[in-house]
Design a binder for this molecule. Structure first.
Ligand code: UT7
Length: 330
């Protein structure tokens, strides 16, 4: 019998999708006053994948979902719920989740979006685990998907260098052995909306924030977000590990939200985890918001790093603020 709590649910299929077009740091040097050295040393990002005009979030979700369903070997008709973490859906309404439902033929599913910024995937995982614990579902399709690059101000060097576009999907079902989601914790604090937001087509579009910053773009006070992120991520890591009935030494991999290598390094240090136990792919994709964790988990597994029987910890932090942590035994 392995150490730690018995999981209720587990992941049986994963899929990802991201645009082909790569924007490197040297490409960005031609757009704004920046340089590769600054971006790499401050963030860890070397390049990011960006969408072309006319592409939609649902396009990427559908591809990722199909791959996850194929790996899981489930009939789409057996999926009971589709929960999609996104703040960059195709429409103001309906949800992007219903577009995915229609495309994959999951006619028996209830489908909805979750608005939790970079924590959207963890919030969706939390819902899947809760639905399975309550015997309200047999198979849940969860996704984290974000096309943020159409939302950034390409003349603001403090934000436009950070983001990339991607989608990740997973099928979650009841655990049958010691493998699965051992803990998942989430939280929010609405006191700092002004530090990271985008008004877009929201009803605040004639409000004070709009008057000072313009409606269209993603706005971030990077320094302040950084400060909050480091503190909260450590707290999430400690909570998720304790709820799993484990200690930091039991964690084989930290697979965190890929927003900034310095934030990730600080979290690992505070947990006493060496960097060779930390999975990073931020250099290839930048910050893909709610897609970042499923994309990192997928790559960690497919590169043969995250192996069957190993235990991973993930922590996320995003605008809202929102946050979360999970411990999963693979
Ligand atoms: O995923 C959601 C959560 N988001 C995050 O976790 C992001 C958290 N924040 C961050 O990752 C970092 O704060 C940033 C990467 C956004 C910025 O790094 P920083 O070390 O906090 O830099 P800074 O904002 O303090 O800027 C330092 C300097 C400034 O110049 P001065 O005032 O010192 O002359 C900036 O104007 O760097 C300048 N700067 C740049 N220089 C070259 C800002 N952006 C750039 C740039 N290229 N792209």
């Amino acid at each position: 019998m392995s150490k730690g709590v018995q999981p209720i649910s587990r992941i049986i299929g994963m899929g990802v999708s991201y645009p082909e077009t790569i924007l490197s740091n040297s490409d960005l040097e031609k757009i704004v006053d920046t340089n590769d050295e600054w971006i790499v040393s401050r963030t860890g990002i070397k390049e990011r994948h960006i969408v072309k005009r006319g592409e939609r979030t649902s396009d990427y979700c559908i591809r990722a979902a199909r791959e996850a369903i194929a790996e899981a070997g489930v009939d789409p008709l057996d999926i009971d719920a589709i929960v999609l973490g996104t703040i960059s859906g195709d429409f103001r309404f309906p949800s992007t989740a219903v577009l995915v439902q229609e495309a994959i033929g999951a006619k028996n599913a209830a489908a909805w979006d979750v608005s939790a910024t970079c924590s959207g995937f963890l919030f969706s995982l939390y819902m899947a685990d809760t639905l399975l614990a309550a015997n309200r579902a047999k198979y849940v399709l969860i996704l984290g998907a974000e096309l943020l690059t159409p939302m950034v101000n390409w003349s603001d060097r403090s934000t436009c260098v950070l983001f990339g576009d991607a989608a990740g999907a997973m099928i979650v079902t009841k655990a049958t052995d010691e493998r699965g989601i051992m803990s998942v914790v989430i939280g929010s604090n609405g006191a700092h909306v002004d530090l990271l937001y985008s008004i877009g087509a929201g009803t605040a579009s004639k409000g004070d924030l709009a008057a000072s910053n313009g409606d269209r773009y993603l706005v971030m006070n990077g320094n302040e977000v950084f400060r909050h992120a480091v503190r909260v991520l450590e707290r999430m890591a400690v909570e998720a590990v304790a709820k799993a009935g484990l200690e930091p030494a039991d964690i084989d991999w930290l697979i965190p939200h890929q927003a900034n290598t310095r934030i990730i390094r600080a979290t690992a240090e505070r947990m006493g985890l060496p960097m060779d136990k930390v999975f990073l792919n931020i250099h290839k994709y930048g910050n893909t918001s709610s897609a970042s964790v499923p994309l990192a988990m997928y790559e960690a597994r497919n590169e043969g790093k995250l192996k069957d029987g190993q235990t991973m910890l993930s922590v996320v932090f995003g605008g809202g603020f929102t946050w979360g942590g999970t411990v999963i035994r693979f």
